[in-house]
Design a protein around this ligand. Structure first.
Ligand code: F6R
Ligand code: MG
Ligand code: MG
Length: 363
């Protein structure tokens, strides 16, 4: 039996500021999804990471389904109405269009979906981030599916030995390329080392083309042509039995690598893995957070969530992230804490520079 896992998210208002989620919005989302459970939906789970509302849904409609996308869009609209009533910050921030046109892609919300045959046992990890961009998954996904120093199964498990194919999207040119690894890992790294432009969208196992990963790849600034907040991406990863084990899926996050985002979407900062309760970016609107909800699928039912980063084994990563945050903050408005000039184009900095332009004289 084929099932579809859809993770659709949007920032439709923060509480307070851009730091968290008002419980009233979570309640609306749960109530609306519950009405469709047993009908359009098999099961659902509502979570939040910072100011982003995360709808996790299972169904049999396939990816890019109009009914599923419409349901999500309508929930975001309902939540926006409540957010406006409560005067939450940036109410309706991610809803870039007025009317629904069949698919939420390109309208603001982030989408990660995949359809697959449920295995004898189907563990899935849903990652959700706040205060960063879609390319933030690149580093972790490379470690998970291409680096044997991180994922032991690439060496030890004969079912993984054939490697994985990475589907990489160029967000500026709207083009995609498939790279078969390990043969093409250098080509892969040449692209994904620039996460502001090249983003891993899907990963497939080479031996049987089985899908293992789906991520959200929209960049709000590229859609809207201006800064509208960072994109705060999500991703779904299947684990075990010839795919990285749950522990191998989580392992890359033990290193709080640097991502773009944080304050005003304009700064580099450490990617900090936290439990659900700590998904509340505060210091300098951050540092960027990632949570992971673990589920076992049972005929499409979502057994879970388990709060995967709550575990003490990620305490050191958090400590390290706080140290790095402190170190980077000392740079104030200087690069490389502040993003490079081409990335700053999508912020409010160009407006400031415009004002100064007429005062420049030839040297
Ligand atoms: C980052 C983010 C926040 C805001 C910041 C300023 O993605 O959303 O860091 O950029 O709080 O917000 P405004 O300009 O609305 O006061
Ligand atoms: Mg926000
Ligand atoms: Mg956010």
């Amino acid at each position: 039996m084929k099932f579809t896992l859809s993770v659709i998210k949007a920032d439709i208002g923060g509480y307070p500021g851009h730091s968290g989620m008002h419980p009233a919005l979570m309640e609306i989302a749960k109530r609306e999804l519950n009405k469709r459970k047993g009908g359009l939906l098999i099961d659902y789970c509502v979570l939040h990471c910072g100011d982003d509302l995360e709808l996790i849904m299972t169904h049999k409609k396939g990816v890019d389904n109009k009914e599923i996308h419409k349901l999500s869009w309508d929930i975001f609209l309902k939540c926006t109405k409540e957010a406006k009533k409560l005067k939450l910050y940036g109410a309706g921030q991610d809803l870039l269009k007025d009317t629904f046109s069949g698919n939420v892609k390109g309208m603001g919300p982030g989408v990660a979906e995949m359809e697959f045959e449920e295995r004898k046992s189907e563990p899935v990890m849903i990652f959700m981030a706040d205060k960063t961009e879609p390319g933030a998954w690149n580093f972790a996904l490379y470690k998970m599916f291409a680096d044997p120093f991180s994922t032991a199964g690439l060496v030890i498990d004969p079912n993984m030995h054939g490697g994985f194919t990475f589907e990489v999207h160029d967000l500026f040119e709207s083009k995609k390329v498939l790279l078969k690894c390990p043969d093409e890992i250098y080509d892969l790294l040449a692209l994904i080392g620039q996460p502001s432009r090249y983003v891993i969208k899907h990963i497939f196992r080479n031996s049987d083309k089985e899908i293992a990963v789906s991520t959200s790849t929209q960049r709000l600034s590229l859609l809207a042509g201006r800064y509208v907040g960072k994109d705060d991406p999500v991703m779904a990863v299947r684990a075990q039995s010839g795919l990285p084990a749950v522990g191998e899926v989580l392992e890359p996050f033990s290193f709080p690598y640097i991502v773009a985002g944080w304050m005003r979407g304009s700064h580099h900062g450490p990617f900090m893995p936290v439990g659900f309760e700590q998904a509340t970016p505060s210091r300098f609107d951050g540092p960027p957070r990632v949570i992971c909800a673990g589920f076992q699928l049972a005929n499409g039912m979502l057994e879970g969530p388990t709060d995967m980063f709550k575990d003490v084994s990620f305490d050191l990563a958090r400590e390290k992230a706080n140290e790095i945050a402190d170190y980077l903050r000392r740079h104030g408005p200087f690069e490389p804490h502040r993003l490079s000039a081409d990335e700053m184009e999508y912020t409010t900095l160009p407006d400031v520079l415009k004002k100064l332009k007429k005062r420049f004289r030839k040297i």
